[in-house]
Design a protein around this ligand. Sequence first.
Ligand SMILES: Nc1ncnc2c1ncn2[C@@H]1O[C@H](COP(=O)(O)OP(=O)(O)OP(=O)(O)O)[C@@H](O)[C@H]1O
Length: 375
Amino acid sequence: SLQRELYWARESLILAWGSTTGLQIKMGIDLNIWLGYRGWHMDLAENSLLNKLIRKSLVESNHHVEVLQRDPSSPLFSVKTFEELHLKKELLQGIYEMGFNRPSKIQETALPMMLADPPQNLIAQSQSGTGKTAAFVLAMLSRINGAEKFPQCLCLAPTYELAVQTGQVVEKMGNLCVNIRVAYAVRGNRLPRGTKIEEQIIIGTPGTVLDWCFKLKLLDVKKISVFVLDEADVLIDTQGFLDQSFRIQRTLPQHCQMLLFSATFEDTVLRFAKQIIPDPNIIKLRREEMTLTNIRQYYFLCENKQDKYKALCNIYGSITVGQAIIFCQTRRNANWLSQELSQDGHQVSVLSGELTVEQRAAMMTAAWNPVISRI
Ligand SMILES: Nc1ncnc2c1ncn2[C@@H]1O[C@H](COP(=O)(O)OP(=O)(O)OP(=O)(O)O)[C@@H](O)[C@H]1O
């Protein structure tokens, strides 16, 4: 049956090579294959990035949005069209150019709250692909004064790659908003002390954002008017990020709007969310039962690293793979796998944290360039 599935699989492929003790292979678009040892644990950030890469359109939901208002007596607004939000002309145009016709389920309720005056804080949870990123990017873009050349919105993301994904949404949606720019506060993007940052939106990982704010004094936190914690469940899963997020949040001015988003709402996430976001509105969208008819998933148990590699080769032998991203848990693993694949005649590049931001960005772009087939 696997052979038959492989035969029908399309060319796009995303693979995740697990720890030295496990291999997970996730094939995107049409088919997911998971190879691994019992007890294999997938990195949440990888999972999140995979979801973003695989899913290119909105996940529609029929569930009602559950709302817990900061002030239960205030009227609850929801919108069915983007026009009702009275956005800047160029922003509305930007949304339509992205192909958005109407707000998604979560956006119907979240957007009026996020755009309200005076600003309200928000905690929002809904599964991946339901439009959270688009919602907070819209909120950031609508609050920025493009004429002012200093950081006004700060968005924390768990990894460089996830930060770039959000940055790309800002660039697309803000395409027609003149003078609005994004800077990435991520490891590898080294700016000398005293650099004047003119970009209005900063997207970065907590550690580097802290450095930019306090060690290098590149960012004046007191001027931030929108603070976003994206992928909160992934953020708190990364060692040190929870404390660092609190340290940043504590220095924000009182009028700063704070928004937190998460795909899941475990107790730990909700506790963190309620601690870090003062007086929030909380909205939740129940998870839609997934009936992804075009994705099938397989999981294989392997004995050892060689076995995993053999399994990988079998898959490559069974289908024509155009391009693939293979996620590895360690740099060593990535280098080893890259060597093995190169020896087998594949075109491979290794993307890891030791590269500069420019190198990593170039590599991400190359992922969609047919010359390099595996990253
Ligand atoms: N109102 C909308 N109409 C049509 N498409 C939309 C709308 N909002 C978002 N999308 C598209 O749906 C997809 C998922 O949206 P988005 O990335 O904002 O979801 P998300 O909840 O943030 O997902 P994740 O948790 O994976 O980041 C994207 O391709 C986005 O462009």
